[in-house]
Design a protein around this ligand. Structure first.
Ligand SMILES: Nc1ccn([C@@H]2O[C@H](COP(=O)(O)OP(=O)(O)OP(=O)(O)O)[C@@H](O)[C@H]2O)c(=O)n1
Length: 373
């Protein structure tokens, strides 16, 4: 029995990066031997075990072959005669297909180290085609390692284009797609993820609303700006969809099964952008401003409002950016309207609602509808 460190840990160590998760491959062992050593088996699809002390994952060497479309229908073969090289061959990218033995020796049959040095993301073999999720993974690695100078090599980009043409991307389930998008949004260059998907044609399937006419440079810059401000997933997702109109944005957010907070922030972002572009910068209309603040329910959701302002600060064109200051001032002024005071004045029920609204409107008019002095 031989144990090897594999995948991301070997890659990151060679890049001089911090290693977070360590995955291991065990060659020449049976499940019974692993259990006898105190490992616990996890996952029913393939033989993967958790180390009794470190709880790191140890997978028995295996080969995989695809039978159906998409992410379903893999047949897994695991036995003591599966070699390390065979296990590495089933992997996605050469930089992820290296192994290090317990003695420190590197096994690198697909020249992952050379590709690391050349900063190239390259598929290991044609088996890459068997898993369309790998298109998203490759785009994600491109987004992660872009600051180090990595890009997808020509041959892999070609292969990914073929996979898209053959309809493979359509078989991915929304949950898996969302998982990759969510991770990609937090990589170092999130825009690169979508650029790679665009270059291979997958974006037309996954987010068709981002059409060839979309100002993609602006989308990438907005994403990068939100990334630089350490924005949440919802802020990043809103930045991604901010160039759409409200119905298109909502339809796509739902189809992607984005979580509720992401859907809502994206919807508010596109709604605000649409109205802000039409506001008179010298004298914004108080009623319109109030409607916007109501739509965002800023009094009950102040944190979401500050997320919204952050995305808008990245998404708006310079000419419209100056509208954010009056919006903030209006938010501040209206948040000081106290329903308790109005109740003491005798307002209740529907009238209380109207009085609150009237008071908010008056305060907005005072703060934003006059040219600021
Ligand atoms: N669809 C996939 C998923 C995983 N792998 C292989 O399994 C390893 C571990 O997968 P994962 O933990 O998802 O990725 P890491 O490379 O460890 O990257 P991360 O830093 O994101 O954890 C990868 O390196 C790769 O060799 C693969 O070939 N194809």
């Amino acid at each position: 029995m031989q144990t090897y460190l594999v995948g991301g840990a070997v890659r990151d160590e060679l890049l001089g990066l911090e290693v977070k998760d360590r995955d291991w491959v065990v060659v020449g062992a049976t499940p019974e031997q692993m259990l006898a050593k105190g490992f616990t088996q996890v996952g029913s699809d393939f033989p993967v075990f958790l180390h009794p002390k470190t709880h790191e994952e140890y997978a028995l060497a295996r080969t995989e072959r695809k039978q159906g479309h998409g992410y379903h229908g893999f047949s897994v073969y695991s036995a003591t005669d599966v070699t390390l090289e065979e296990d590495l061959l089933r992997r996605d990218l050469t930089i992820n297909a290296m192994a290090r033995s317990e003695q420190g020796e590197l096994t690198d049959p697909f020249h992952g180290r050379k590709d690391l040095e050349a900063r190239e993301l390259r598929h290991v073999s044609e088996a890459f085609k068997e898993d369309p999720l790998r298109i998203l993974r490759t785009a994600r690695f491109a987004a992660r390692f872009r600051p180090l100078g990595f890009s997808v090599c020509t041959e892999t980009m070609e292969l990914m284009r073929t996979m898209v043409t053959e309809g493979e991307v359509e078989h991915l389930v929304p949950e898996r797609v969302w998982q990759e998008i969510q991770r990609a949004l937090h990589e170092q260059a999130p825009g690169t993820f979508f650029q790679v998907l665009r270059d291979c044609g997958a974006l037309t399937v996954l987010i068709p609303e981002l059409t060839p006419d979309t100002d993609f440079r602006a989308v990438i810059d907005t994403l990068q700006c939100v990334h630089a401000s350490n924005g949440s997933t919802a802020e990043r997702f809103a930045a991604l969809l901010c160039s759409l109109d409200e119905p298109a944005c909502m339809a796509r957010a739902r189809a992607l099964k984005a979580p509720n907070d992401c859907q809502q922030l994206a919807r508010l972002t596109v709604a605000f952008i649409g109205v802000i572009r039409r506001l008179d910068p010298a004298q914004p209309d108080a009623g319109t401003v109030l409607e916007l603040l109501e739509k965002a329910d800023i009094w009950r959701r102040p944190e979401r409002f500050s997320n919204l302002i952050n995305v808008l600060g990245c998404a708006l064109e310079p000419a419209n950016l100056k509208q954010l200051a009056p919006l903030r001032k209006a938010a501040d002024a209206t948040s000081r309207v106290d329903p308790q005071t109005l109740m003491k004045q005798g307002f209740s029920g529907k009238e209380l609602g109207q009085a609150i609204r009237a008071e908010r409107l008056a305060r907005i008019a005072q703060t934003v509808s006059r040219p600021s002095s």
